[in-house]
Design a protein around this ligand. Structure first.
Ligand code: PGA
Length: 248
């Protein structure tokens, strides 16, 4: 079965109820013929308003994180049940900014991923190497560890979306070339094949992320192993619709 392309936005810590509502209202008519799945992952506090704004459109609203516990003394965290209350389907896990600034590691990524799956939320699990790791030839080792620890205990890997985001490409304007992205994502799929079997690995959607924009999306999306994009900066503007409509 062919993998359905998936374009997901990541608003990070941007937008307000007013600006987000306006952007979604403007995007709605522009993405109405989208052939791919479309989602915008937004700050938790904006979820209720953005779900309302996106109602009746192709745009699904996702979250940027979730905690592994069902409830309890975890100040500042959000549970799967809270997300499901608003009909959220997708949740970003282990974004490199969370790994870099908030102590996220492969173990916490694993706990969050398993919790998302248990709650029928689709985790968008982020992996990727830093510039130093790439320069030192450690990319494959880093990705292997992120996959082996991060996905430990996962039973049905096709329920997961992987986002390969080289840290050096995020928010820098320095996109990986089509070939670099394809080659690394092919490696990720090969690794998934070893872990879960070829058939299962071939059903996992793997996105590229890192300065993907309206200009470079077509070339990236044409690569055989790239099934979509996780879009930061360009998801804050109407350009997001151009990426969703990359085929046009
Ligand atoms: P960017 O962010 O598109 O702004 O590089 C991507 C991401 O961090 O998911």
């Amino acid at each position: 079965m062919a993998r359905k392309p998936f374009i997901a936005g990541n608003w990070k810590m941007n937008m307000t109820v007013a600006s987000g509502t306006k952007l979604i209202a403007d995007l709605k008519p522009l993405v109405k013929e989208a052939k791919c799945d479309v989602c915008l992952c937004v700050p938790a506090i904006l979820i209720p308003a953005m779900v309302k704004a996106a109602k009746g459109s192709k745009i699904k609203i996702g979250a940027e994180n979730l905690h592994w516990a069902a409830s309890g003394a975890y100040t500042g965290e959000i549970s799967a049940e809270m997300l499901k209350d608003y009909g959220v389907k997708y949740v970003i896990i282990g974004h490199s900014e969370r790994r870099q600034y908030f102590g996220e590691n492969n173990d916490t990524v694993n706990m969050r991923t398993l919790t998302a799956l248990k709650n029928e939320l689709t985790p968008i699990v982020c992996i990727g190497e830093t510039l130093t790791e790439r320069t030192n030839g450690e990319t494959e080792n880093v990705l292997t560890r992120q996959l082996e620890f991060g996905l430990h205990g996962v039973e049905d890997v096709k329920q997961i979306v992987i986002a390969y985001e080289p840290v050096w490409a995020i928010g820098t304007g320095q996109t990986a070339t089509d070939e670099q992205a394809q080659e690394t994502i092919k490696f990720i799929r090969k690794k998934l094949s070893k872990m879960f079997g070829v058939k299962e690995a071939n059903r996992v959607r793997i996105l590229y992320g890192g300065s993907m924009n309206a200009g470079n999306c077509k070339g990236l999306m044409a690569q055989p192993d790239i099934d979509g994009g996780l879009i930061g900066g360009a998801s804050l503007k109407l350009d997001f619709a151009k990426i969703v409509n990359y085929e046009k």
